[in-house]
Design a protein around this ligand. Structure first.
Ligand code: 13P
Length: 340
């Protein structure tokens, strides 16, 4: 394993004010999103939609790397080019989601632990052979009455650290994703406490498993009030709470933090990321970037609607959201960009 290779890839993924595009929805998740819009749910529509994303003109101006799913990394464009090759040829780095999903945690109602460690070494070798240079594993932490439990946080942190160590052994940069969910009535303060607890446990486990912090990226939630919380803090308050939390719990050796969007609208995700960069940039030890799925894809999916005739318009919408997020990395996003 070359440590330098890992560091170079991790650094490249957050260079040039670009960010990551998560297009690693599992088939059930992709089907669920299609169903909501009345799009047929089958392998053909999934492939067509993913080709639309991969071939979006200019995408590499704002996207450094795209995270694929097992089905997707094996798929091809209509002309026979593998998606992975199409991304690499366009100047992007290929990533792959390698967890096998969040499953109910025994003895802990309402909580989940992410699975996928069995056979992971072999799967990582296969993905690396297909051109992947980074990987993703998502742990989810739900908030509610009496949860999160210590059991949930520790089980997920341990699995994340073992996944990260296996990735680095295979020369893949681990994107360590720990998501405190937005669903619920909880306050921003509760999200903050759970995020602190989670990040503390995750970095303790990463340390215990000898993960090289310089060769990984963190993918956390922003510190937000629950979706049904009556008090919704301003963009500036969310930015301040999120950065304060990260400064306390994320070591400076980590090259970049790339947020998930978690169900926020594209505009809000851009505005909050922008506020963090505009208000704190000169004081941050790591790059503050994005690794959004819904906040980049949603408008494009709605425009496309399963119709080939809408591909161009959908690609322009996808590119627009990615450009807004690139501007947010510079602290140069403003609501006026949504009108152009
Ligand atoms: P969202 O940005 O839609 O939350 O997805 C990010 C992701 O990769 C979830 O695993």
């Amino acid at each position: 394993m070359s440590q330098q290779e890992l560091v170079d890839t991790a650094t490249a993924l957050v260079a040039g004010h670009k960010g990551l595009l998560a297009m690693d929805e599992s088939n059930p998740t992709c089907n669920k999103r299609f169903a909501k819009l009345g799009i047929a749910q089958n392998a053909d529509t999934r492939r067509a939609y993913r080709e639309l994303i991969v071939t979006t003109p200019g995408l590499a101006e704002c996207i450094s790397g795209a995270i694929l799913y097992d089905e997707t990394i094996r798929e091809h464009k209509k002309d026979g080019t593998p998606f992975a090759k199409a991304l690499i040829d366009a100047g992007m780095i290929v990533g792959i989601k390698v967890d096998t999903g969040a499953k109910s945690l025994a003895g802990h109602a309402g909580e989940k632990v992410t699975e996928g460690l069995d056979g992971l070494r072999e799967r990582l070798a296969e993905y690396a052979g297909m051109g992947a240079r980074f990987a993703k594993w998502r742990a989810v932490i739900a908030l509610g009455d009496g949860i999160p439990s210590r059991a949930c946080i520790e089980a997920n942190a341990h699995a994340l650290a073992r996944y990260a160590a296996l990735c680095q052994e295979a020369s893949l940069v681990p994107v360590v994703e720990a998501e405190v969910l937005m669903a619920g009535e909880h306050t921003l303060a509760r999200c903050n406490a759970a995020t602190e607890q989670t990040l503390h446990a995750v970095f303790e486990q990463l340390y215990a498993q000898d993960v090289t912090l310089e060769g990984m990226l963190l993918k956390p939630n922003m510190v937000l009030p629950g979706l049904r919380c009556p008090k919704q803090e301003s963009v500036a308050e969310v930015a301040d709470a999120t950065v304060k939390c990260l400064l306390r719990f994320v070591p400076a050796a980590v090259p970049g933090i790339a947020f998930l969007s978690g169900g926020q609208s594209g505009e809000l995700a851009s505005a909050r990321l922008n506020a963090m960069n505009a208000r704190f940039k000169s004081r941050l030890p790591w790059a503050l970037s994005f690794s959004f799925a819904r906040a980049i894809q949603q408008p494009a999916m709605e425009i496309w609607h399963g119709d080939e005739a809408n591909v161009g318009a959908a690609q322009r919408a996808l590119f627009h959201r990615a450009m807004c997020d690139r501007a947010a990395r510079r602290g140069e996003y403003n609501a006026g960009m949504e009108k152009s």
